[in-house]
Design a protein around this ligand. Structure first.
Ligand SMILES: Cc1cc2nc3c(=O)[nH]c(=O)nc-3n(C[C@H](O)[C@H](O)[C@H](O)COP(=O)(O)OP(=O)(O)OC[C@H]3O[C@@H](n4cnc5c(N)ncnc54)[C@H](O)[C@@H]3O)c2cc1C
Length: 403
């Protein structure tokens, strides 16, 4: 019976463990250097909705199906709150672009139909799955529904997608853990992988907390720490990182409605109501600078913090009454073409799960793809889109361990 190790006990590692243990009799060991789901997964805004590029949207469909099943079957306190997503522009050009439903993954309009970004090979166009409506200037409050606190005076146009909400990310990850454990997978907290050991171009095992352990297969799901881990196996991952800050605002009294997910494509800041009293303010893309995951500090830098607060109170003046009660800085992993890197690598026995953010939504599909490759040798229909081989200088070895 082959042994498989997973590095990282976030939502990706947990989903991979679930899919591998459910579909084969291998022994599956997950090594997490801290607490399960204690890093990026616990810091996530955990929005779920069918937007992104075509590959992501396909992967999200698998995720939605699996999460629907979990909600029906689980005894855990899982939740999904539907709040809707409003993507707005404060410029005429931005509004025009939105009216053609031309959107970036997390908001910015970064490409036009027919125009290709030559610096990024195979960059996939961003899409929003229906239902989605364009709302012209001045029509928001009538067409979108009940958004009494929104000051829409500067909004030139918006896209509204009602079927978007947020999950409780740690609960979803723990649900994968429970299920994987039922199928025999074992999770080891406070177990740091120090080294990936190879013999020639093949995995031999791992050094965990200073002790060598033999494995036939290793899956790297170390979130923002994937690059140094993969490097220790001889692979330079084409992944970068930006800061993903959150300010948690609390109102003195509950508001009368929960705020929607509200994003502005120019400032790259967003607001999302978690309940009638609590609101997250987040930032992404150019609002945050390139970031070294080794330098985690949970204080949001002063300038960015001011920008985030100004944005939130400009569009939702009621938030002037709110106080920042908590804040943190997570790390957003990025892949240049906006699609995750999943599966086989050039080292036999070594697979990778690296997101372009959106990991809460994509973790189910990532687990499915990796388990199909490792157990059945099935490259899957998304291979061309998610394989590391789409990047110059990268190849892979197609390996599998059978059932
Ligand atoms: C502020 C913010 C907002 C976000 N919003 C969304 C959103 O709305 N929707 C969405 O889908 N996604 C969102 N994301 C992204 C999403 O949260 C991540 O893509 C996802 O959580 C990544 O999961 P992971 O398991 O890959 O990484 P992690 O949760 O970071 O797990 C990796 C684990 O590996 C462990 N590890 C690292 N090195 C080692 C080692 N050497 N040995 C053992 N263990 C190791 C770490 O301790 C960590 O627990 C957001 C992220 C942030 C920060």
């Amino acid at each position: 019976m082959p042994n498989i190790a997973i590095i990282g006990g976030g939502i990706a590692g947990a989903s991979i463990a679930y899919h591998l243990s459910k579909n084969a009799d291998h022994s599956v060991e997950v090594y997490e250097r801290g607490k399960l789901a204690g890093e990026t997964t616990s810091k996530s805004a955990a929005v779920f909705g069918h937007y992104g590029n075509a590959t992501e949207v396909k992967m999200k469909r698998y995720g939605a199906e699996l999460y629907n099943k979990f909600f029906l079957e689980s005894d855990r306190e899982l939740y999904f709150n539907l709040v809707g997503r409003l993507l707005c522009s404060t410029t005429k050009e931005g509004a025009e672009s939105l009216s053609g439903k031309n959107v970036g993954n997390r908001g910015p309009v970064d490409e036009k139909e027919g125009e290709e970004d030559e610096t990024v090979p195979n960059k996939e166009r961003m899409i929003l799955e229906d239902p989605v409506s364009y709302i012209a200037k001045g029509e928001l409050k009538g067409k979108m529904g009940i958004v009494p606190y929104l000051d829409d005076s500067k909004i030139m146009g918006s896209l509204y997608q009602p079927n978007v909400g947020f999950l409780e990310p740690v609960g979803m990850a723990k649900e994968f853990v429970d299920r994987a454990e039922k199928h025999g997978a074992r999770f080891h907290e406070y177990s740091e992988v120090n080294e990936i050991v190879k013999k020639g171009n093949e995995i031999e095992g791992l050094v965990v907390n200073g002790e060598f352990k033999k494995f036939e297969g290793v899956v790297c799901a170390a979130g923002p720490w994937n690059p140094p881990m993969a490097r220790s196996a001889g692979i330079e991952l084409p992944v970068t990182h930006t800061m993903a800050p959150i300010l948690v605002m609390e109102m003195p009294n509950p508001m009368k409605v929960v705020l929607p997910l509200f994003q502005n494509i120019e400032s790259r800041v967003y607001v999302i109501g978690r309940d009638r009293k609590t609101v997250y303010i987040g930032a992404y893309g150019e609002s945050a600078k390139e970031y070294n995951p080794g330098e985690i500090n949970d204080e949001v830098p002063v300038e960015l913090r001011e920008k985030m607060l100004q944005f939130a109170t400009e569009f939702f003046p009621i938030l002037k009454k709110a106080k920042v009660v908590k804040e943190w800085v997570g790390i957003r992993s990025g892949v240049s073409d906006g699609v995750p890197i999943v599966g086989w690598t050039e080292v036999k026995g070594f697979a990778i799960a690296a997101f372009d953010s959106s990991g809460i939504q994509l973790a189910p599909a990532v687990g499915d793809i990796i388990s199909k490759q490792i157990i059945e040798g099935d490259q899957t229909e998304l291979y061309e889109n998610v394989s590391i081989t789409r990047f110059e200088g990268h190849k892979d070895v197609k390996w599998s361990l059978g059932n």
